[in-house]
Design a protein around this ligand. Structure first.
Ligand SMILES: [Zn+2]
Ligand SMILES: [Zn+2]
Length: 172
């Protein structure tokens, strides 16, 4: 239940089990691509007048692309949420993890916070393997499948830096 009846919460904490499907319009306009439903668990509780806590855990398998060879990579993600929700009139600062509830709202949809938090928690990039050889800069072939037949040359992205980065100088 990701839609919270705030009146109910004042009487006691509520559990917040829920899931969001990969095809849900919630992900529109974001980079999020899921291999399966996002699962959420947690408790939503009152923390005094106009203030609430949501402690939750979300788990999903993200469908990302290897940044070198562009192969789809499924990346499991599990993330703890410790969020604060405050009524509009009490919102003094724009803290990270702090969400504003419109004044006099009777209900709160946690799904917007789920979207925000997932976008923040997503890895910026993944690699299919630490040894990924990437794509040939000449013909675009996936070099993990074997040599492509182009004449061997240094990767132009790194060539200019060879010798400047001690760790990389003798890697090949
Ligand atoms: Zn790769
Ligand atoms: Zn090639």
């Amino acid at each position: 239940m990701l839609r919270i009846d705030l009146g109910l919460v004042r009487a006691g904490a509520v559990e917040t089990p829920g899931q969001v499907e990969p095809s849900d319009p919630l992900w529109k306009g974001t980079e999020v691509s899921l291999a399966g439903p996002l699962l959420i668990d947690g408790r939503f509780s009152s923390a005094g007048e106009g203030k609430y806590y949501w402690h939750a855990r979300m788990a999903a398998v993200l469908r990302l692309e290897c940044r070198r060879c562009l192969t789809p990579v499924d990346a499991p993600l599990s993330h703890d949420l410790q969020l604060v929700f405050v009524a509009e009139e009490d919102a003094l600062d724009e803290d990270v993890g702090c969400y504003v509830i419109p004044s006099r709202a009777a209900e709160l949809d946690l799904r917007d916070a789920v979207r925000e938090e997932l976008v923040l928690a997503m890895p910026r990039f993944v690699e299919c393997s630490p040894e990924c050889r990437g794509l040939c800069p000449e013909c675009g072939a996936n070099l993990n499948a074997g040599p492509c037949g182009c004449r061997p040359r240094r990767d132009p992205r790194w060539g200019a830096f060879d010798g400047l980065l001690p760790g990389r100088a003798h890697k090949d």
